[in-house]
Design a protein around this ligand. Sequence first.
Ligand SMILES: *[C@@H]1O[C@H](CO)[C@@H](O)[C@H](O)[C@H]1NC(C)=O
Ligand SMILES: *[C@@H]1O[C@H](CO)[C@@H](O)[C@H](O)[C@H]1NC(C)=O
Ligand SMILES: *[C@@H]1O[C@H](CO)[C@@H](O)[C@H](O)[C@H]1NC(C)=O
Length: 438
Amino acid sequence: MKMGSTNPLFKGQSLSFPKKLFPFALYALLPLALLRLYLYPLRLPPPPPDSHLLQSTITSSSHSSSSESEEEKPNETPPCDYFNGKWIRDTRGPLYNGTTCGTIKEGQNCIRHGRPDTSYLYWRWKPAHCNLPRFEPISFLQLLNHKHVAFVGDSMARNQLESLLCMLSTVSTPNLVYRNGEDNKFRKWHFASHNVTISVYWSPFLVKGVEKSSTGPDHNKLYLDLVDETWAKDLNQIDLIVLSIGHWFLHPAVYHEGDSVLGCHYCPGLNHTEIGFYEVLRKALRTTLKGIVERRSLDNRDDGIKVTVTTFSPAHFEGEWDKFGACPKTEPLLEKEPEGMDYDMRKIEVEEVEAARANYNARKFGLEVLDVTKLALMRPDGHPGAYMYPFPFADGVKERVQNDCVHWCLPGPIDTWNEIFLQMIRNWNNDHPGEVIG
Ligand SMILES: *[C@@H]1O[C@H](CO)[C@@H](O)[C@H](O)[C@H]1NC(C)=O
Ligand SMILES: *[C@@H]1O[C@H](CO)[C@@H](O)[C@H](O)[C@H]1NC(C)=O
Ligand SMILES: *[C@@H]1O[C@H](CO)[C@@H](O)[C@H](O)[C@H]1NC(C)=O
């Protein structure tokens, strides 16, 4: 199960660590760093920014407003594009801290782990043509009264979920009502104050997958035409589903479709065609979105499910992942456009949501993109780095140290994802038209 020294990527390289040093948080981290170093030495030329995609994504997030209200407000200003802007200083700081919130995963609790600088906590995202309101926990809980929000995906889905829980916990205490799986891969909380349920499902491919393990295959197996039942079986109880995947697609894998093997990614020794992971990510998302819509359509319910895809969150390794200061920045970048793999992963995710929206009843199913790739890319300062472990330099600075430059410190920049998520929910709800445009 763990990405240990059995990973074929490690063979022949002097990277051996005791297995217990590879916690869950590192699943995504190691192959990512290594793949970037060894499989993508060439930088792709930066493609032109596809701003029309962004714009149409945001514009269509207003489609919940009925045609009636559009007639009433012919001169309505265009909806806010929350996904282009800059990070600006904000003295207020986060809503919670590493000691006040009990649900932060150890490896992301940077404050408690002694990260010495705190200036990464004092920024807010300023969209170019509007303002993003600060997260309002009460408002979130009120809007989702009697509803169930599920976060489904990999450790980035969990990172976003834990940020949300911490912010909501400042106004209402959640009860953990369900817990299952190694390392709490499946959990559910209930906010009794507003009858809101929030859950997390571990499903790093969204489609059916068998993860590599010490006893099973030494690569992941994906079944690209089947959704993963671990979450799909509960679809009839979910009102809003947040999908967040990406990093796990970089792992060595064999891809199945129907009864045949479509190909593989990094599977030396197996007689399969290397097909990379981009089209695989596309197929997985397509199967997932189709599966969600079809199942909910069969349910005969009037209320459709809302689906949000959080786009790829870039890693920020500078050089070797296990050297001191692998993600050394302490301030956001002023401006940067996604390129290379970050660009391609995001583009596929956006395109598949657009395609689903064109194919299915968009109003009923509320298919949306939470397009964080650019705002995430501009926050190289927000990762735990060596502070994924408590006080890593208590005995002095070490040259070789494990770093997490993929996940986000909590509190940290990922709290902003949920600020935007709340705005999307407001748009859907259409009960607060005045607040939709900041
Ligand atoms: C965290 O918040 C609590 C309560 O507001 C406060 O007492 C404590 O000093 C804060 N800790 C840090 C590290 O900011
Ligand atoms: C809480 O919400 C669920 C739907 O998520 C609903 O079935 C249930 O009746 C609600 N409970 C109360 C007490 O309103
Ligand atoms: C590999 O696959 C090809 C095409 O399916 C087949 O012709 C060949 O015999 C296979 N080689 C081995 C070693 O299995």
